[in-house]
Ligand binder design. Structure first.
Ligand code: BG6
Length: 510
């Protein structure tokens, strides 16, 4: 068996990355769901297309709906034809993958169904040489995570050659995340548990560590002496689509901020790890998260802002209010926008505000991290130019138009001294051409290799909740004012502007 630390590491050795995982079976629970069709199978097909799947690889879909194996394969083929990165679908690649796709109808708590699963896995081992190795993917609603892992353990499917991927949401506050960790680790060890956060699978997110630690020019400036503040924005134009009933129980803070955005923050602010091993990188992230001052109930009013979209127009399209979305309680107090000011109480970042902003139905889809540097001393140009100099910004664009931009001041050509900010740009598309692998592709490949670097450790998940635990309780308190409405297609409620203005800053308009 490979231990997580002895497996190839994404940052360590590019040649290693070409290595194929050992033969194994992937069992997907929730196999008839949306995630399997839109993300998992297209990603597996892409991996097959790239030659990254091991020989003998098999997929067993486990679902509660009765369905024949042929029906299951046909549905997956349609999904792959629609969502795969490599188009059109290559029949030879698909056929090779499809011969290893199986379906098993079953109930998550029925011991007999799990006995049948164990039997099938033994049979696949014999036929395909998968050596007892099996990755379980829990693509079900979280309410089923515990019963599935307990059913697996009850039939002995939790030995060290079995490991699992757990989808989000991982709990809904600190207490539930702790409880989930406790129950999962009754059946599987921490090393067998891979908690997924698809933002870590994005190329641009992985590039944060490369930008910081493979270049000499940035790291010296990466601290409170030179950085004025940091803004992390994840803006979406979409509303809640068909997920109203899930979203109404979650809200922007749980859905995006506590997980994806905290990962961005951890990578941008953590100390350099001493090696690139999974545990070492995750230790550094946890250390950073521990240095973040949790938001106390008393701080909620001045450190945070929340909003809920009203009807409006996004990119020319009229859209309904959140309260009119299907599945949403018409009296809902769930936020679809959150802005938060965080402070990191360590030597590097003391006194530097980190602003996080996320919302649905904003004017454009963009995710970026902007490092806003302090102003240079004004002595030299103040007399000549009576406008203050623009400050330097380093903006890392996570999506779309992935790239990095540096804003700096330049002299406008001509006899007079006019200074104007200009941009220096790096674009992934321009420099590297090929479309980057999808996040799920990367993460599934790593999970098959049992490389946990890009997955969330249990203590990390809990710490992210801890930072927001009091805030979540405050927002849920009926005595707290409801989220402020904002018109769809605008940059959120006025309170978000007030939050940042109070510190003498302003939001970027990416
Ligand atoms: C998901 C959230 O985790 O991330 C969605 O549940 C959100 O609400 C999505 O839209 C955003 O992901 P991406 O990759 O499109 O930025």
């Amino acid at each position: 068996m490979l231990s997580p630390n002895s497996t190839p590491n994404p940052f360590r050795d590019a040649a290693d990355r070409q290595r194929n995982p050992e033969p194994c079976v992937l069992v997907i629970f929730g196999a008839t769901g949306d995630l399997t069709a839109r993300k998992l199978l297209p990603a597996l097909y892409n991996l097959a297309h790239e030659g990254h799947l091991p020989t003998g690889f098999a997929i067993v879909g486990f679902g509660r709906r009765p369905k024949s194996e042929n029906e299951f394969r046909a549905e997956l083929r349609t999904a792959v034809a629609k969502h795969a990165r490599f188009q059109p679908i290559n029949p030879a690649v698909w056929d090779a993958l499809a011969t290893g796709i199986f379906y098993q109808h079953g109930d998550y708590t029925n011991p007999a169904d799990f006995q049948r699963l164990a039997q099938r896995l033994r049979q696949l081992d014999r036929e395909r040489g998968t050596g007892g190795r099996c990755l379980f993917y829990l693509a079900t609603p979280p309410a089923q995570f515990v019963e599935i892992t307990q059913s697996l353990a009850a039939v002995g499917l939790n030995d060290p050659d079995k490991w699992l991927i757990v989808e989000k949401p991982f709990g809904r506050n600190l207490a539930t995340a702790r409880e989930l960790n406790r129950l999962l680790t009754r059946a599987f060890t921490e090393r067998q548990i891979f908690r997924i956060d698809h933002y870590l699978g994005k190329e641009t997110v992985q590039n944060i560590l490369v930008l910081r630690f493979a270049n000499e020019i940035f790291e010296h400036l990466w601290n409170q002496k030179y950085v004025d503040h940091v803004q992390i924005t994840v803006a979406e134009t979409l509303g809640v689509e068909a997920r109203g009933s899930y979203y109404d129980q979650a809200g922007a803070l749980r859905d995006m901020v506590q997980n994806h955005m905290m990962q961005l923050l951890a990578l941008i602010a953590m100390e350099p790890p001493i090696t690139l091993e999974a545990e070492v990188i995750r230790d550094e992230k946890v250390k950073l998260l521990r240095a973040i001052r949790p938001i106390r109930a008393a701080d909620a009013a001045h450190c945070t802002a929340r909003g809920q979209y009203a009807a409006g127009a996004v990119q020319g399209q009229t859209v309904p209010a959140y309260l009119a979305e299907p599945g949403v309680n018409p009296k809902s107090r769930t936020e679809t926008f959150a802005a938060i000011r965080l402070h990191i109480e360590n030597w590097r970042w003391a006194g530097v505000p980190f602003y996080l902003r996320h919302g649905k139905r904003l004017p454009k889809r963009v995710a970026e991290i902007a490092i806003q540097f302090k102003a240079p001393p004004a002595v030299l140009f103040a007399a000549e130019t009576n406008v203050p100099l623009a400050t330097n910004t380093l903006a890392i664009r996570i999506q779309p138009d992935e790239g990095i931009t540096i804003r700096m001041n330049a002299k406008v050509p001509g006899a007079a001294l006019h200074i104007q900010p200009v941009k220096m740009e790096f674009r992934y598309g321009g420099s590297f051409g090929a479309r980057a692998p999808d996040a799920y592709e990367r993460l599934l490949h790593d999970a098959l290799l049992r490389d946990a670097t890009l997955f969330i450790r249990g203590d990390e998940a809990e710490r992210c909740w801890e930072i927001f635990d009091e805030l979540l309780a405050t927002w849920e308190d009926p005595a707290t004012p409801a989220p402020e409405p904002y018109e769809a297609g605008t940059w959120g409620p006025p309170a978000a502007d007030a939050l940042i203005r109070a510190m003498g800053h302003q939001w970027r308009r990416p």
